[in-house]
Design a protein around this ligand. Structure first.
Ligand code: AMP
Length: 431
């Protein structure tokens, strides 16, 4: 079975993604200079919202809105399947070296009952390593270590890494058979979901959150891998992790919910109060048979992880990241002619600023004349550091009045002096 990207969609491959990043980086810089703040809304809404706003009879609502169910499409619930599909569709396995290391950042969708830390549109940061050379315990350890490095760098503290191994396809069949045999007598005491899982995916019983199921599982003795090759691989991953100082706990009941996992799986959970029961920050593992299942060669293995951005942010609330404050210049015009001058000068300054790369400064002004008192109190409210005032007197003298809102100092400078001061600040910031 070969899959291709849905009609009218396009993968952005690594060689193109750098251009996308450049565009995003430039846009972010310019938006900041112009004083814009980012907003992100979900990519699905109630149908009625569009019908009401765009009109029941508009072409968009009547003919153009994408009806996912009718088209046999689904909003992606995770990243791995799509990355593997794209990897095969674009023959990345043939074009690149024997190992493709890819990452993604983006929205995912799950039709779940929402609760704290569980959303219907959420965002993941993930990596996938694919290719014939992917089967090495060092790579498993490196991928796991990368997820921990990211979380540490985000500033997260209290979290725990658990790892386990499910072995290869046959090991998973054996583990399932063992479980069916040993749980047979307790089958009727399991929760409704687990009774259903009994035949189709009994491994899932092991990570069921239902207390009755957990009690039953607790008493299972002798559950685990028997295949020496799989056991050896898992041991080597653990040793590699120890060698690079990554702490972990082996949890023999960690199975992860998805069919595609084989061999090593892992999960990172937060111990922060602010997450409650949805405390998994990220998870991943190896999927040595998935690529073949989706039409790729037998030798192509892979592994990866995904971190949940919203949960990371919730956990960070306990040790908040200090928001870097940007330096805001607020321009105040006292009459229409001054507004015209400011409009032009601000444009010039923004052109200069945009050539300097990311800078922590923005320029704002009003677009209508209002009493200076109102403009100053607005500048105060939005935390402007400097207010740059132009009125009739300033225009006649060819100067601006600059008020430092922190020190309350006020001084007059020529436009040239002001621009020099501003550019000097930019240069110091870049240095
Ligand atoms: P999974 O693909 O289920 O292993 O999810 C990987 C990570 O994505 C989880 O550890 C969570 O941090 C995050 N995640 C998964 N589902 C949701 C959801 N419905 N809402 C918010 N975050 C989620």
């Amino acid at each position: 079975m070969k899959f291709i990207a849905p009609r009218g969609t396009k993968d952005i491959l690594p060689e193109e993604a750098c251009n996308w990043n450049k565009i995003e980086e430039i846009s972010r810089t310019l938006f900041m200079i112009y004083g814009y703040e980012e907003i992100r809304t979900p990519i699905f809404e109630e149908l009625a919202l569009f019908a009401r706003s765009l009109g029941e009879t508009s072409d968009v609502v009547q003919k153009q809105m994408l009806n996912l169910e009718k088209e046999g499409l689904a909003l992606r619930p995770e990243g791995t399947a799509s990355v593997v599909r794209a990897y095969l569709e674009h023959s990345i396995d043939k074009k690149q070296s024997n190992l493709a290391k890819l990452f993604y950042i983006g929205p995912m969708f799950r039709g779940e009952r929402p609760q704290k830390g569980r959303l219907r549109q959420f965002h993941q940061i993930g990596v996938e390593v694919l290719g014939p050379d992917s089967s090495s315990p060092y790579l498993d350890a490196e991928v796991i270590a990368l997820s921990i490095h990211l979380l540490n760098t985000f500033g997260l503290k209290d979290f725990k890494l658990k790892i386990n191994s499910l072995g290869d396809k046959q090991d998973k069949i054996n583990l399932s058979a063992w479980l069916r045999e040993n749980l047979q007598k307790k089958r009727k005491d399991l929760c409704g979901d687990c009774q259903e899982r009994f035949e189709r995916n009994i491994l899932r019983v092991l990570d069921c959150r239902n207390l009755a199921c957990q009690e039953i599982i607790k008493d299972l003795k002798g559950f685990g891998l028997s295949n020496p090759k799989s056991k050896e691989y898992f041991k080597n991953v653990q040793e590699a992790l120890k060698d690079i100082g990554v702490s972990f706990e082996v949890d023999p009941f960690l199975v992860r919910g998805l069919d595609y996992y084989t061999q090593v799986v892992f999960e990172i959970s937060s111990e922060s109060e602010s997450l409650g029961s949805q405390n998994a920050l990220g998870a991943g593992g190896r999927y040595n048979t998935l690529i073949q299942d989706l039409g790729g060669g037998e030798k192509l293995g892979g592994l990866g992880f995904a971190l949940g951005v919203e949960r990371i942010l919730l956990a960070l609330k306990e040790n908040p990241v200090i928001k870097e404050k940007s330096l805001l210049y607020y321009f105040v015009a006292l009459d229409e002619d001054s507004l015209k001058v400011i409009f032009k000068r601000m444009n010039d300054l923004r052109q200069v600023m945009s050539k300097k790369g990311p800078i922590n400064k923005n320029l704002l002004s009003g677009y209508k004349i209002s009493p200076i008192k109102n403009q100053m109190s607005l500048a105060n409210k939005i935390n402007a550091r400097f207010v740059v005032i132009v009125g009739e007197n300033e225009r006649k003298e060819g100067v601006v009045t600059i008020k430092d809102m922190e020190t309350r100092n006020q001084q007059k400078k020529s436009w040239k002096e002001f621009e020099d001061m501003f550019t000097l600040q930019l240069m110091q910031e870049r240095a």
